[in-house]
Design a protein around this ligand. Structure first.
Ligand code: NAD
Length: 255
């Protein structure tokens, strides 16, 4: 069973679909209109014939996260794969960075992974198997201006990944971070619109000259690529890969 946080949209949904396609039951989590979430659930069930559950837990709060993990364990008896993916973004210069945005980004993009991992590890240890995949970012390895909270949280999750890997290394549990460059999702769509308005330039120019300026291959990574990498990390072939931060960024961090 694979529990994927923030999987009602974007990368998380792509990863959940990849695990379902590989035959795994999945627990979805994230926000959205109830009818859209029900439809997403039904599509995965009918396409892949696996069990799908949904938790509305808010990843900015410890208590609902504990309830989500307990629900997953009650329902399936185990969590084989935990994907910490939920995340938000806010772009502003440091001096004007809203304090509540800093707090929310640190809570959702970093602390939630601590809470899920802490809650899921006892059962993974008992089952003598676990795969934890943290969706960091190229911004977990390098910085960009105006993304203080996001870059801090993503560097933080790369550190948490290493600690988790070291503490679980002898328990047949692995923990790795995936560090995507730009992936076309609703999170990025919002940035395209925002940057087009603030710079007064067309969308195409924002994509080429702003978003993909650092991404040498000049294309967005896809949610399918990230899903396939996640399934690989969870497979037997990934058993010795732990504590890593794997860039999926078209060469961005090779600069
Ligand atoms: P997205 O906005 O499409 O999806 C984010 C998901 O997180 C949604 O399901 C949303 O409902 C959920 N979410 C947000 N706040 C939540 C909360 N408080 N509690 C529970 N769920 C919550 O974004 P995405 O682009 O798919 O991003 C997913 C992850 O990938 C994030 O951690 C992001 O930082 C990371 N990432 C994205 C890109 C990119 O280019 N899109 C690049 C690198 C890393």
């Amino acid at each position: 069973m694979a529990l994927v946080t923030g999987s009602t949209s974007g990368i998380g949904l792509g990863i959940a679909r990849a695990f379902a396609a590989a035959g795994s039951a999945v627990v979805l989590n994230g926000f959205g209109r109830p009818e859209d979430i029900a439809e997403t659930q039904a599509i995965i069930v009918s396409e892949f014939g696996v069990k799908v559950r949904y938790s509305p837990a808010d990843m900015s709060k410890a208590a609902p996260i504990a309830e989500m993990v307990a629900m997953a364990l009650d329902t399936f008896g185990r969590i084989d794969v935990l994907v910490n993916n939920a995340g938000i973004q806010h772009v502003a210069p440091l001096e004007q960075f809203p304090i509540e945005k800093w707090d929310a980004i640190l809570a959702i993009n970093l602390s939630s992974a601590f809470h899920t991992t802490r809650a899921a590890l006892p059962s993974m240890r008992k089952n003598k198997f676990g795969r934890i995949i943290n969706i960091a970012s190229a911004h977990g390895l390098v910085a960009s201006p105006f993304k203080a909270a996001y870059v801090a949280a993503k560097h933080g999750i790369v550190g948490l990944t290493k600690v988790t890997a070291l503490e679980t290394a002898e328990a047949n549990i692995t923990c790795n971070a995936i560090c995507p460059g730009y992936v076309y999702t609703p999170l990025v769509e919002a940035q395209i619109d925002g940057q087009a308005k603030s710079h007064g330039i067309p969308r195409e120019q924002v994509i080429r000259d702003v978003l993909l300026a650092q991404q040498p291959n000049k294309r967005f990574a896809t949610v399918e690529e990230l899903g396939a990498l996640s399934v690989f990390l969870a497979s037997d072939a990934g058993a010795s890969i732990t504590g890593t931060a794997i860039p999926v960024d078209g060469g961005w961090t090779a600069h």
